[in-house]
Design a protein around this ligand. Structure first.
Ligand code: NI
Length: 174
């Protein structure tokens, strides 16, 4: 089990655009396992590779309810191929922006094409929490955070708060 340190706002790494995975090899499968271990430990319901500092287009999700059996999902090179016109609102959070939550409106249904752990291309239609989670995580692969979907004023307040906390952490390290 390998739990990796999480990259936290305002680290510029979170703004990087991740590169596609070329081959699903042992290294990529190990990365998927590390991402799942890190996500479950946090705990969270989704994690993109860039959140542990790896700029690869990969994400893991588990939206199983508490008490239900784990349902780990791995998406490699995921792409939204279509979105429904209906929209839904969820209160989102992010492991890279700890203890901050805000309502975000997104398409309620999305169709996502991706490569699975066996290296096979798959297409899935998602709704509910899975649809929101997929969109949130795919945003990470493009350097976008959920706070980019809230008002500029609210976003600036959050970024300022996290920048201040990072500065404090920095000065403690000296
Ligand atoms: Ni996130």
């Amino acid at each position: 089990m390998t739990i990796k340190p999480l990259i936290i706002l305002p680290d510029p790494v979170l703004r990087q655009i991740s590169r596609p995975v070329e081959t699903v090899d042992a290294e990529i499968l190990r990365l998927a396992d590390d991402m799942l271990d890190t996500m479950y430990d946090a705990p969270g319901i989704g994690l993109a590779a860039i959140q542990i500092g790896v700029d690869r287009r990969m994400l893991v999700i588990d939206v199983a309810k508490e008490g239900e059996e784990k349902q780990p999902l791995v998406f490699i090179n995921p792409e939204i191929v279509s979105s429904g016109s209906e929209r839904s609102v969820y209160e989102e959070g992010c492991l890279s922006i700890p203890d901050y939550y805000a309502e975000v409106e997104r398409p309620a249904v999305v169709t996502v094409r991706y490569i699975d752990r066996e290296g096979k291309e798959q297409t899935t239609e998602a709704d509910g929490l899975l649809a929101t989670c997929l969109q949130h995580e795919i945003d990470h692969l493009n350097g976008t955070l959920f706070i980019d979907h809230i008002s500029k004023l609210k976003r600036e307040i959050v970024i300022r708060k996290f920048a201040k906390a990072a500065k404090l952490r920095g000065s403690k390290a000296i």
